[in-house]
Design a protein around this ligand. Structure first.
Ligand code: GDP
Ligand code: IMO
Ligand code: MG
Length: 423
């Protein structure tokens, strides 16, 4: 297999960072294609924990090139901080190792302010990460966006920022009544920050093209999850990019090639950060226990993640929506020893029983059908899994009709079992 896509099969935070880092050992290029620093991808190596937001999760491997494709919205201030964190961890970051598209859309201070004001003053609170992601994508789609290459020239930057501010100024002054920097101040800030990004800027499409033509192995690293996809997700409680496989074609490029495998990272239960429907959400002690045991706090914002049982109708849908060919089932250790674990195998909806959460179904109105599963007590020290755990895994596999190629049972690189070969 020459290229593999990793996507989140739920509402994000499924463990994509860990799996990308591990498979990164076996490939030549890891490319991000969407999202921005709303992502928080955790990699644990021994005593060290590193959380990546913008930099791809292949960066810890010196043989691997990390690519930030043009579909990513890029906050140069967040990048500067993250670069320092990565360097402080002892990892080398050179222009050979990190390649950022000069066509990434810039997240400006105006985008961040707008995100914050909308969340604070409504009318609809999405529970965003407050990183300016949605407003930056709005600028891109309405053709008002700044590209990273614009940061290299102060005059261009100022001209574009002035044009960009015309409409926003009205919103800031009259609707939100909030402070905002002048175009000159923002141009100066971004121009200075551009110096940190400049060494890494290039034409990443051609780099991927040449890499694929040379037979290199490429891993596309998705951020967020399919249920947060702007088109496939639980709209409007979604992020503003195509988090599913389709986003690769527009956000990075797959010249002359096709994706050999789409690996959907799937938590053994389910979590969500922010607002929006969640049919299997737990509001009892069990939910709290899973939240604590799983350390379910947002890696970007520190918010408590909402927890619930794994929802197979939703998973069946994401498998179809993103052409997922196998899953990696993570955090099985968290469910070990818990009595009365459940999985959702269908919904009662408008007098019918359904097994796939197709679009059009109002997730606020479904009644989940929950099946209790036998408790498993695996400590994962032996190679052999208990019959109860095997049953848990095979029930999921049968339902979604694809295999669990990976099972993960701890945050460390070694706490993983490959049931299938990737790369
Ligand atoms: P991502 O956004 O999909 O990369 O996931 P996050 O990093 O936001 O959240 C996943 C969290 O679970 C991180 O703290 C990981 O270190 C941790 N993690 C990943 N896989 C496992 C696992 O199999 N078991 C446990 N207990 N933790 C895991
Ligand atoms: P990773 O890559 C979980 C959620 C936010 C909010 C919605 C919109 O770590 O899995 P945004 O700031 O993107 O406009 O927020 O999307 N969200 C995530 N939830 N994991 C993420 O990324 C997320 N990135 C955004 O909580 O509900
Ligand atoms: Mg995360």
């Amino acid at each position: 297999m020459q290229s593999l896509a990793i996507v989140g099969a739920q509402w994000g935070d499924e463990g994509k960072g860990k799996i990308t880092d591990l498979l990164g050992q076996k490939c030549d290029v890891v490319a991000r294609f969407q999202g921005g620093n709303n992502a928080g991808h955790t990699i644990i190596v021994g005593e060290n924990k590193i959380v990546l937001h913008l930099i791809p999760s292949g960066i810890l491997h010196d043989h691997c090139a990390s690519v930030v494709g043009h579909g990513v919205v890029f906050d140069p201030e967040a990048f500067k901080e993250e670069l320092q964190t990565v360097l402080d961890s002892g990892c080398s970051v050179t222009p050979e190792k990190l390649k950022i598209s000069e066509n990434c859309t810039v997240i400006t201070m105006y985008n961040r302010i707008l995100d914050g004001q909308r969340e604070a003053k409504g009318p609809v609170k999405i529970g965003t990460t407050g990183r300016g992601i949605g407003p930056a994508y709005e600028d891109k789609i309405s053709r008002k966006g700044l590209k990273l290459k614009d940061l290299m020239d102060k005059d261009t930057l100022l001209t574009k920022l002035k044009a960009n501010l015309i409409e926003k100024e009205v919103l800031f002054k009259t609707h939100y009544e909030c402070e905002f920097p002048s175009a000159e101040e923002e141009a100066n800030r971004l121009f200075e920050l551009g110096k940190s990004v400049a060494p890494f800027l290039c034409d990443t499409f051609s780099f991927l093209d040449e890499s694929l033509q040379a037979g290199k192995k490429v891993l596309y690293e998705g951020a967020q999850g399919v249920l947060l996809d702007i088109d496939y997700g639980s709209y409007p409680y979604v992020t503003s990019s195509n988090t599913s496989t389709g986003g690769i074609y527009t956000g990075a490029g797959l010249p002359g090639n096709h994706i050999g495998e789409v690996l959907g990272i799937t938590k053994a239960y389910l979590t969500r950060v922010g607002e929006g429907p969640f049919p299997t959400e737990l509001f009892d002690d069990k939910g709290e226990f899973i939240q604590k045991k799983g350390g379910e706090f947002g890696a970007t914002t520190g918010r408590k993640r909402r927890c619930g049982w794994i929802d197979l109708p939703l998973l069946k849908y994401t498998v179809k929506a993103s052409n997922i060919t196998s899953i990696a089932l993570t955090k099985l250790d968290v469910l070990s020893d818990i009595e009365g674990i459940k999985i959702c195998t269908g919904y009662e909806y408008k007098g019918k029983t359904i097994d796939c959460a197709y679009p059009g179904i109002n997730l606020e109105e479904v009644k989940p059908i929950l099946t209790e599963m036998p408790t498993f007590h695996d400590d994962f020290k032996s190679e052999v899994l208990s019959d109860e755990l095997k049953h848990y895994i095979s029930t999921i596999e049968k339902f979604v009709e694809i295999p669990a190629g990976i099972i993960a049972y701890g945050p460390e690189r070694s706490e993983i079992k490959f049931q299938k070969d990737y790369f």
